[in-house]
Design a binder for this molecule. Structure first.
Ligand code: NDP
Length: 450
């Protein structure tokens, strides 16, 4: 497999989830691998995404747990919260995982080059130091970055990247966008005591999720005191004499806050990557165009993960990296199956879904049966928390095959992962009916739906 004509068999640009998996597995298959990473090994998920975010979600949720504990007999004194303690511990955990990722690459013999890399040809890369290297294959795994609207004063705003590094929890925060990141950080900051306002250009949150489920999140969030402004196009930020930020938007009065966060989608990192020099084509969003094998129009250049803008989720990038390595270096051609990829929003409470939403199923199948369980989890009842969970199962009207499951409620993501196996396996509702309930749980609602 090794071709002495080149310095490496594989050169990976970006040591995030997809790049690291591809590099490690390719090296294990015997390839001579180098990975260039200009920031930190681990990429968005480990360093400034899924991992630290989930830890903040856990940290924030104690606000509700501590309040609820009193109803369960605990004498909880008035507690105070220290943002620096939480973020300090989160950064320590991030460092630990970053080291583990680095060690994994090194023990498999992949060389890590801590520099920015740029393509200069189909088999050529130039490093920031000026060193030129050649590789039989190049894998672009440079990820994506937050989109920042071009409006006056945008420089006063932060993104999720900076949110972890705030000195304190802002007293008032405005979040632009109403997707995953907006709803997750809105929940975190609200639980930690901030006044939170979400503004979105459209009239809905979490476009693409099941309507009833996202309506439930909206209703619960509003009841908790989060503010929403819809059909509000971001117009600009002006800093006031006292340091406050005045945000203007269409159709609504301006709002004064202490922090503005943009959560308006993520754009592929393809700028200044030398794609033109190598002849690599991108789509209208700037993402690298790839085929089912993650191969670009240049046969020696592949791309995986967010830079391809297929499904921007870590487990998908990891699968793409694995499939690339197995196909190109493992003599085991593999393609990623994008059907029934589960997803979750780590809001308070969580939302999770797999497969088609009710409206998607109706459009595709015409006749569908929808089973619903709308219930108040027993823990919420005792806690006096008036927050209802909602589970939906969408089935084919004729065969009863499950087309999708969507839910909102405590631990929805944990529950849905198991249910996603059934949907992926193509089971029917009967399989759920035949399964005895595990009582008392929230998950038992899945096998008791009428
Ligand atoms: P999303 O695509 O989830 O949401 C983007 C939001 O910003 C939407 O409300 C959208 O409005 C709005 N928007 C999009 N473009 C613009 C624009 N040009 N100007 C103003 N508003 C705009 O993106 P996120 O940034 O929240 O997250 C990026 C991706 O990262 C997600 O799609 C997801 O794949 C991944 N992610 C996954 C998480 C998880 O698995 N739990 C957590 C965080 C991120 P509308 O659509 O209503 O028009």
């Amino acid at each position: 497999m090794t071709d002495a004509k080149y310095d490496y068999d594989l050169f990976v640009i970006g040591a995030g989830s997809g790049g690291t998996r591809a590099a490690r597995v390719s090296a294990a298959h015997g390839a001579r691998v180098a990975v260039a990473e200009e920031y930190r090994v681990g990429g968005t998920c480990v360093i400034r995404g899924c991992v630290p975010k989930k830890l903040l979600v856990y940290g924030a949720h104690f606000a509700e747990d501590l309040a609820d504990a009193r109803r369960f007999g605990w004498d909880v004194p008035d507690c105070s919260f220290d943002w620096k303690v939480l973020t300090g511990n989160v950064f320590e955990e991030v460092d630990r995982i970053n080291k583990a990722y680095t060690a994994t690459l090194e023990t498999h013999g992949a060389e890590i080059i801590h520099e920015r890399a740029e393509l200069t040809g189909p088999n050529n890369v130039r490093l920031a130091s000026g060193r030129e290297v050649t590789a039989k294959y190049i894998l672009i795994a440079s990820g994506a970055r937050p989109h920042i609207p071009t409006c006056p004063g945008h420089e006063y705003g932060i993104t999720s990247n900076e949110a972890f590094h705030l000195d304190s929890v802002p007293r008032r925060i405005l979040i632009a966008g109403a997707g995953y990141i907006a709803n997750e950080f809105a929940g975190i900051f609200h639980e930690l005591g901030a006044e939170v306002t979400l503004i979105n250009r459209s009239d809905q949150i979490l476009r693409g999720y099941d309507e009833q489920i996202r309506d439930r999140l909206l209703q619960i969030s509003m009841t908790k005191g989060l503010q929403f402004r819809f059909n509000a196009k971001f117009e600009g930020i002006e800093q006031q004499a006292d340091g406050a930020l005045k945000v203007s938007m269409s159709n609504h009065a301006p709002i004064e806050v202490d922090c503005v966060m943009f959560a308006t989608g993520r754009v592929p990192n393809t700028e200044n990557l030398g794609l033109d020099a190598a002849g690599v084509e991108t789509n209208e969003k700037g993402a690298v165009k790839v085929d089912e094998d993650s191969r670009s129009n240049v046969p020696s250049i592949y791309a995986v993960g967010d830079v391809t803008d297929r499904i921007q989720l870590t487990p998908v990038a990891i699968r793409e990296g694995q499939a690339f390595a197995d196909t190109v270096f493992g003599n085991k051609p593999t393609r990623v199956d994008y059907h029934c990829v589960p997803a979750a929003v780590f809001s308070h409470p969580q939302m999770a879904g797999v497969g088609m939403t009710e409206s998607q199923a109706k459009q595709k199948h015409g006749s569908v049966k929808v089973y619903v369980s709308d219930f108040r989890p027993m823990k919420n009842v005792l806690a006096g928390r008036n927050e209802r969970a909602l589970y939906k199962m969408i089935c084919d009207g004729e065969t009863n095959k499950i087309l999708g499951i969507h839910m909102i409620g405590p631990e929805a993501a944990e529950i849905l992962q198991a249910a996603a196996v059934a949907v992926k396996a193509g089971l029917t509702k009967d399989a759920f009916d035949q399964t005895v309930a595990l009582h008392p749980t929230m998950a038992e609602e899945l096998v008791l739906m009428k």
